[in-house]
Design a protein around this ligand. Structure first.
Ligand SMILES: O=C(O)CCC(=O)C(=O)O
Length: 216
């Protein structure tokens, strides 16, 4: 079984940060096997952001899997899901994590960080289709990377920790309303020697006619 650890000693000081970590949810050998399989089989894509008339490649590769119709707009990019049948092992992970979190995950966003130059900038997963209090299970495979939170009201108020291969971070409650998160680039001197990491964020996408679709 995985262990559940408090993330920091004075956890109660951040009542709106509802985050737990399931350490070694996937044991080392399993995590390694899944990493290799996903790196090989996922149809990784380079998404391009169009901002101020410029085209900016986002600093990581991505892929989106989900039930049919579960499209997801992220940073202005509309993602059509790949079918779970393409990679049955992904569907197995979805089932395992849905059980562990007592929710029905119907989609997953995958990120491939090729080295320490790849990153995801500050953001909250607060799109309306995720509902007002999304439960998100975020799996880490491969290289250890830092995961940061910062308060939306005080950018100096931060919480950081290391994510190891096989760990699962579960964010829930009002976390996305009050906090942003990111995976920063690694220190410059080790950027190119930092190994690849795959992250999977399992999510529940609601349709626009579902009462949980957040119209606020
Ligand atoms: O790579 C991670 O651990 C986080 C990814 C993330 O924040 C996202 O995909 O929204």
């Amino acid at each position: 079984m995985s262990e559940m650890q408090p993330l920091w000693e004075d956890e109660n000081e951040d009542p709106n940060l509802d985050v737990i970590i399931l350490q070694n949810f996937f044991k080392a050998e399993e995590a390694n096997d899944i990493f290799n399989l996903l790196k090989e089989k996922v149809p990784w894509e380079q998404e391009i952001l169009r901002m101020f008339g410029k085209e900016i490649p986002i600093p990581r590769l991505t892929a989106w899997f989900g039930d049919p119709e579960k499209t997801y707009t992220y940073s202005g990019i509309l993602n059509q899901p790949h079918d779970w049948k393409l990679i049955p092992e992904l569907d197995d992970m979805r089932e395992k994590l849905s059980q562990a979190c007592s929710v029905n995950f119907n989609s997953v966003l995958l990120n491939l960080y090729r080295d320490g130059n790849d990153s995801v900038d500050w953001h909250a997963d607060d799109e309306p289709e995720l509902g007002p209090e999304p439960i998100i299970a975020s799996v880490s495979l491969g290289e250890t990377r830092t995961f940061d939170f910062r308060s939306k009201y005080d950018s100096k108020h931060k919480r950081s920790f290391e994510l190891f291969s096989g760990d699962v971070v579960v964010m829930s409650g009002v976390t996305q309303q009050h906090w942003e998160h990111r995976v920063p680039k690694t220190a410059e001197r080790i950027r190119l020697s930092t190994g690849p990491r795959i992250n999977l964020t399992f999510r529940t996408i609601y349709s626009a006619d579902d009462p949980l679709f957040d119209i606020a």
